[in-house]
Ligand binder design. Structure first.
Ligand code: FDA
Ligand code: NAD
Length: 426
C-alpha cells in the first residue's frame, strides 16, 4: 500500500508548522503536501511546554499554542490543514527512508513517496543511560521534549505538593523547569557539572545574576558534579539522587535536561552529516537535491560567521522552514539563507534575548542590581554578539540590528561607557 505526494514534510514540530503555512502562502495545491509526525497532535509551539504549560493556574493547553501563534501568525489547527488540502498523518513514525527511490516507510507499513522531502525531525532528549546512569524509566523521573513528556511532568508535580525536586542539567531545560517547579511550590536543587549555569552561552558574570535570582526564590545549586546513581523504593520510584562528590539528595521527583541529539538516524549513510545534523546549503538543500532539512536537525551555513552551524532554537526553526519552502516554490526569487542567530528565555519575572555569537572579548553594560543590563561580544575588531536582560521591544530590536550590522569597535572602554546607547544609535 502507498501514497504519493509532491512535497512531504517528515516531522510535525515547530519547523513543520511554519513550513506548512509558507507552502499555503506560496500557493501549494490541495493534495500536494503531506506531513508525517509520530506525535499525536498537529504542530505546536514547543517552547510553551517549559513555560505556560507548567503554570499551576491558567496553564496553556492545546489548541491554544498550535503553530504559528508564536510568531503572531495564524493558528493552524487540524481543521486548517484539512481546509487547505494538507494531509496530516499523525501518530505515525517513519521507520526508514530511501532517498534514491524517494520513499518513506511508516511504522504502519505504508510507503509514502515524494518528489521533494523536507526533513524536520528535530531532536531527542539525551538519556541518563547514555552517561552510564540507569533509572530514566522510573515514574518520578521526567524529561521534557514533547507534549506527552509535559503532561507526565505536570502529573508528577501534582503528585508531590510541596515536595523536593532535583533538576539535573544547568542548560535551558534545567533553568526553565526549575523556575516552573518553584512557581508550583516545589523545592528545587539544581545539579550540573559546570562552574555556572547556561555554560554554553552565559559568562560567569551573567550566570551569577540568574543564580542569585534563583537563590532568592529558594533554589539550591550543586555545581561541578554529576549524579552517579539513584536510590529506589520497592515500587521503583526514585527516593534519592547520589552524586559523584558523595552527597545524597532525597527527592520526590527528578527532572532531567542534559542536552539533545538531532534525529538523523534515518539518513545516516544516505545524506552528508555535519555538526551532528544534516548538512545543507544556503537553500536548506542537503547533499541529495530532492531532500531539504530545517530546524534543529539542519546544519546550515551561517553567513555572518562564515561557518556551518546547527542551532537548537525556535526562531531558527521558523525561519529555516520559511526559507526552505521559498527555495522550493520560488527558486529564482530566493537567495541564500542569511540568518542571525537569536536565542531567548523567560523565567520568573526575567526575560533575556541574545543575538549573534558569544566569542571574543565581553563588554558589560547597564544595571545588574535590578535594572536592565547586558553584554556585547567583540571579536576581531567587530561587534559579533549582544545580550540584554529586561529590555524593551525597541531595545531588543536595537541590539539585533547592531549585531547584524557588525560595526567596527575601536575602543572597548568607549563601548562600555555608551552601553545600550551604542546599539540604539548604530
Ligand atoms: P521539533 O522537535 O519541534 O519537531 C520534530 C518533530 O519530528 C516532532 O514532532 C517529532 O515527533 C517528529 N519526528 C522525529 N522523528 C520522526 C520520525 N522518524 N517519524 C515521524 N516523526 C518524527 N527555543 C527557543 O528559541 N526558545 C524557547 O523558549 C524554547 N523553549 C523550548 C522548550 C522546550 C520544552 C523544548 C523541548 C524546546 C524549546 N526550544 C526553545 C527549542 C525549540 O522548541 C526547538 O528548537 C524547535 O522545536 C525545533 O523545531 P523542529 O521542528 O526542528 O523540531
Ligand atoms: P542544553 O544543551 O541547553 O543543556 C544541557 C546541560 O546538561 C548542560 O548545561 C549541562 O549542565 C548538563 N549536562 C551535560 N552533561 C551532564 C551530565 N552528565 N550530568 C548532568 N548534567 C549534564 O540542553 P537542555 O537544557 O537539555 O535543552 C534541550 C534542548 O531544548 C536544547 O536544544 C535547547 O536549546 C532547547 N531549549 C531551548 C530553550 C530556549 O531557547 N529558551 C528552552 C528550553 C529548551
Amino acid at each position: 500500500m502507498g501514497r504519493a505526494f509532491v512535497y512531504v514534510i517528515l516531522g510535525g514540530g515547530v519547523a513543520a508548522g511554519y513550513a506548512a503555512l509558507e507552502f499555503v502562502k506560496k500557493g501549494v495545491s490541495h493534495g500536494e503536501l503531506c506531513i508525517i509526525s509520530d506525535e499525536p497532535v498537529a504542530p505546536y509551539e514547543r517552547p510553551a511546554l517549559s513555560k505556560g504549560f507548567l503554570l499551576p493556574e491558567a496553564a496553556a493547553r492545546l489548541p491554544s499554542f498550535h503553530t504559528c501563534v508564536g510568531a503572531n501568525e495564524e493558528r493552524l489547527t487540524p481543521k486548517w490543514y484539512k481546509e487547505h488540502g494538507i494531509e496530516l498523518v499523525l501518530g505515525t513514525g517513519v521507520k526508514s527512508a530511501d532517498v534514491k527511490r524517494k520513499t518513506l516507510l511508516t511504522a504502519t507499513g505504508e510507503t509514502i513517496s515524494y518528489k521533494i522531502l523536507i526533513v524536520a525531525t528535530g531532536a531527542r532528549a539525551l538519556k541518563l543511560e547514555e552517561f552510564g546512569v540507569s533509572g530514566s524509566d522510573a515514574e518520578n523521573v521526567c524529561y521534557l521534549r514533547d507534549i506527552a513528556d509535559a503532561n507526565r511532568l505536570v502529573n508528577v508535580v501534582q503528585s508531590c505538593p510541596g515536595g523536593n525536586a532535583v533538576v539535573i542539567g544547568g542548560g535551558y531545560i534545567g533553568m526553565e523547569c526549575a523556575a516552573s517547579l518553584v512557581i508550583n511550590k516545589i523545592n528545587v536543587t539544581m545539579v550540573f557539572p559546570e562552574a555556572h549555569c547556561m555554560a554554553r552561552l552565559f559568562t560567569s558574570k551573567i550566570a551569577n545574576y540568574y543564580e542569585e535570582f534563583y537563590k532568592s526564590r529558594g533554589v539550591n545549586f550543586v555545581k561541578g558534579t554529576v549524579l552517579s546513581s539513584f536510590d529506589f523504593d520497592s515500587n521503583g520510584k526514585v527516593t534519592a539522587v547520589n552524586l559523584r562528590d558523595g552527597r545524597k539528595l532525597s527527592v520526590d521527583m527528578v527532572v532531567v535536561g542534559i542536552g539533545i541529539r538531532p534525529n538523523t538516524v534515518l539518513f545516516e549513510g544516505q545524506l552528508t552529516l555535519e555538526k551532528g545534523g544534516i548538512k545543507v546549503n544556503g537553500m536548506l538543500q542537503s547533499s541529495n537535491s530532492s531532500v531539504y532539512a530545517i530546524g534543529d536537525v539542519a546544519a546550515f551555513p551561517v553567513k555572518a560567521f562564515g561557518e556551518t552551524r546547527r542551532l537548537e532554537h525556535v526562531d531558527s526553526a521558523r525561519k529555516s522552514a520559511r526559507h526552505a519552502v521559498d527555495a522550493i516554490m520560488e527558486p529564482d526569487k530566493t537567495g541564500e539563507f542569511d540568518y542571525l542567530p537569536f536565542f531567548y528565555s523567560r523565567v520568573f519575572t526575567l526575560s533575556w534575548q541574545f543575538y549573534g555569537d558569544n566569542v571574543g572579548e565581553v563588554v558589560y553594560y547597564g544595571d545588574m542590581s535590578g535594572g536592565a543590563f547586558g553584554a556585547y561580544w567583540v571579536s576581531k575588531g567587530h561587534l559579533v554578539g549582544a545580550f540584554l536582560e529586561g529590555g524593551t521591544k525597541e531595545e531588543y530590536e536595537a541590539i539585533a540590528k547592531a549585531t547584524r550590522v557588525r560595526p567596527e569597535i575601536e575602543d572597548l572602554t568607549e563601548l562600555e561607557r555608551q552601553g545600550l546607547r551604542f546599539a540604539v544609535t548604530v
